[in-house]
Design a protein around this ligand. Sequence first.
Ligand code: UFG
Length: 319
Amino acid sequence: MKLLVTGGAGYVGSVNAAHLVEAGHEVVVLDDLSTGHADAVPEGARFVEGELSEAAGPLLAEGFDGVLHFAAKSLVGESVAKPELYWDGNVVATFRLLEAIREHGTPRLVFSSTAATYGEPERTPIREDAPTRPTNPYGASKLAIDTMITSYAHAHGLAAVSLRYFNVAGAHGRFGERHAVETHLIPIVLQVASGSRESVAMYGDDWPTPDGTCVRDYIHVDDLAEAHQLALQKAQPGTHAIYNLGSGTGYSVLQVVQACRAVTGHPIPATTAPRRAGDPAVLIASSEAAASDLGWKPVRTLEDMVGDAWRFTRDRAGA
Ligand code: UFG
């Protein structure tokens, strides 16, 4: 298939673009490099540097079989301080993309959605029919996009799938996570192991969890990429399917730090800090729908995620 990958110079987008190239697809990456890196675009993909709102239309006019849409702003804290960036960069830009998809009759869309659309869960594990009450503008912007996509699928026959990721981790060879402002747990812990940070602060040790630290559902970015390919194959015209992607297993912050100590052999000093605003105690996905409808099964462990992220971190440091 000829596929447009928006945000294909970012973390999840570049790993997906690499998987798609490896699977033999013709891949065009569109990215404005606001947070992505030109050297993260895989060999074999054509790279177009540009704004989603402006460049998607002229590109889709060429004729594409589908779009995988990763380009987005994705920092929860920033979304609270500057919501306008999220309504514009996520919602308005995706509206422009959907209009280009409609105008040029692009048949398929796979959208990078998030567990943040659910907010604080009433029940664990979280299923797709759980209430959607996002607790920050980031999650609200992704939920608004999901709502737009449903209406386009129903009205215009688009075959659409939204994938709601839980905590993505790991790396795919030279494609991995490298944000200018790092807020995610595993890369921060590995910065300690590689010597670029003194210690990791664990946000709260008094949560209602077995060891008092927050529990999250970590999913390897390669398992995630496999789900995108399945979604692309199984998308049905006129339908917008929504699937959670997680492993169904929770790990606490302390367990993640311990896994990083075991993989790196570094003592990784950890301190306890106050709770971070907006963090739920436990977030675990039910991925039963993705298993039954898409035939998707995540196979990589937390140790695989930490091991691959660690290799990526050390390769980049030139160690
Ligand atoms: N944490 C620490 N110390 C740190 C960084 C994180 O203790 O230095 C903790 C957090 O408090 C949280 C856990 O580690 O309990 C994981 O935090 P991350 O920032 O890695 O990930 P989040 O669970 O906050 O966020 C993820 C995605 C978001 C998405 C959200 C959905 O990264 O994009 O899940 O709930 F919105």
